[in-house]
Design a binder for this molecule. Sequence first.
Ligand SMILES: NC(=O)c1ccc[n+]([C@@H]2O[C@H](COP(=O)([O-])OP(=O)(O)OC[C@H]3O[C@@H](n4cnc5c(N)ncnc54)[C@H](O)[C@@H]3O)[C@@H](O)[C@H]2O)c1
Length: 318
Amino acid sequence: MENAYKKSIIVTGGAGFIGSNLIETLIEENEIIVIDDLSNSAGDKFIKGFEKRDNFKLITNDINKAGAFDSIGKADLVIHFAANPEVSKGYENPDISFNDINGTKNVLKFLKEKEIKNMIFASSSVVYGEPESMPIKENQGPYKPISAYGAYKLASEGMITSYSHYYGIKAGIFRFANVVGKNQTHGVILDFINKLKINPKELTILGDGTQNKSYIHVSDCISAIMYLNEKIDKTEIINLGNIGTTSVLKIADTVKGKMGLKEVNYKMSDSKDGRGWKGDVKKIELDTSKAENLGWKNKYDSDEAVEKAVIEILTQTS
Ligand SMILES: NC(=O)c1ccc[n+]([C@@H]2O[C@H](COP(=O)([O-])OP(=O)(O)OC[C@H]3O[C@@H](n4cnc5c(N)ncnc54)[C@H](O)[C@@H]3O)[C@@H](O)[C@H]2O)c1
């Protein structure tokens, strides 16, 4: 019998925040194989509902280890999400990012071996480091990441473009701003909600609260990568940001408001330069004209994305 599904898609890190949201939108029409070591804070909670479907398969493996893809056959598309997503871990343990580079290596070896010609990679705005002028375009170097996480993303991008040239792989490399929404496993919104649930009177904010970044709702992020991957006919690097930025203090106010709290004492964590952690980029604004020229437009701007995500996470964790 002919396969009824449009595509077979492998999603590394599919059990996590962005991956599980992505699978929700792809599962009806495609065959999905997730490879994930379930190291995120939610384990397999967000993909439990898919596990009984015959077009869904979970392989629990660490992709950074050799042989992780041995039991997997050819697919139409590989979406590479599996990695530590927390920039803040790099200072204490940069090895995490060295290991994640191995993950990208194993993904690329797999693509070459199985002659898979399309991949999507979740890169990040942190590859730019602290640019002198903003909003920043995709081709505006030099790239000087200030975190091991950023360096891992940049190294991966380079290996992907080289494999793309060598072996005729089309890669959609997307430099995400901060992605927010339901199923978050980490990040500032979840952190604030968790802290305020424990102590509704006081909130410790990492840094001085003036960090100002673009937030994109996960539904926009997912629609964008799938739409843009279809649009491009060769490997492209594309910023996925948003209109405007939202400060950490504004996020704190939004969380406080949506939780119905009146008096919360904001306590700024002790850092000399106002960063949340060593390697935190305090301000970043992406030029998104490349995505727009390809016909992409977000539904939610930065403030709206944050507000929607706060409501979604509160509903989910209540
Ligand atoms: N969330 C954001 O704001 C953001 C921004 C830029 C880029 N990204 C990138 O998007 C991707 C997905 O991030 P997310 O926010 O969904 O994080 P997440 O932690 O929720 O998802 C990542 C998933 O990968 C898995 N994983 C991690 N290391 C693995 C390994 N070695 N082998 C197998 N599985 C592994 C985890 O268990 C998790 O399920 C990551 O590559 C992240 O760096 C995220």
